[in-house]
Design a protein around this ligand. Sequence first.
Ligand SMILES: O=P(O)(O)OC[C@H]1O[C@@H](O)[C@H](O)[C@@H](O)[C@@H]1O
Length: 225
Amino acid sequence: MKFSPKALIFDLNGTVIDDMEFHNKAWQSILKELGADLSYAEVKKQMYGKNDELLNRVFGEGYFTQQRLDEISIEKEKIYQVAFLPYLKLINGLDKILETANEANIPMAIGSAAIPFNINYVLDGLHIQEYFNAIVSADEVKISKPNPETFIKCAEKMGVNPKDCLVFEDAPKGVEAAKNADMPCIVLNTTHNENDFKNYDNVLKVVKDYNDPIFELLLKNFDLS
Ligand SMILES: O=P(O)(O)OC[C@H]1O[C@@H](O)[C@H](O)[C@@H](O)[C@@H]1O
């Protein structure tokens, strides 16, 4: 397999950190407060794209004003941030990938549906902000994943052809976004089963963490420079 990306794009939640369970619980509690009593599994199905998009899917477009959507979004993220803080750490092996790619001058981006409030919570909390040449958050795209806009903007910001980017994702809708952007993907199975990705031909491999043997290949290529 030829495996020589010129840039790496990381989804954030479930890919850099293993936190989707905490998002699920925070959503469940806030949605219940707002009158939508969804099960854990039902929330899981809804957890993709921007917070506004999720709220509009659950309650219907126009149910909340933009101001109310923004308030609910911050409220939900505050619940999530407090609950997840004791567990805030990089997924195993990612520190080595970040360091090696950085030394090899491989540009890296974060392409996330999260709002900047959450992206900064993670990147500042883990002191990894400096590794990323580009960050594309919910605020910078009209439509989030599975629309390709997030990943295309990452490529643009890094000055790299989309075809030369390798995406790391944990969610089927994120993998779909990468496919729509014409980018191959390595999937972290933190949140979903391998089976959930069987319909996507842009998946190179589904892995448990960044210690998977496929990364030796990736790191070797970086070292060739
Ligand atoms: O695109 P990412 O980094 O996986 O983030 C997605 C998640 O970001 C969270 O902030 C949202 O509240 C979730 O609903 C969403 O699924």
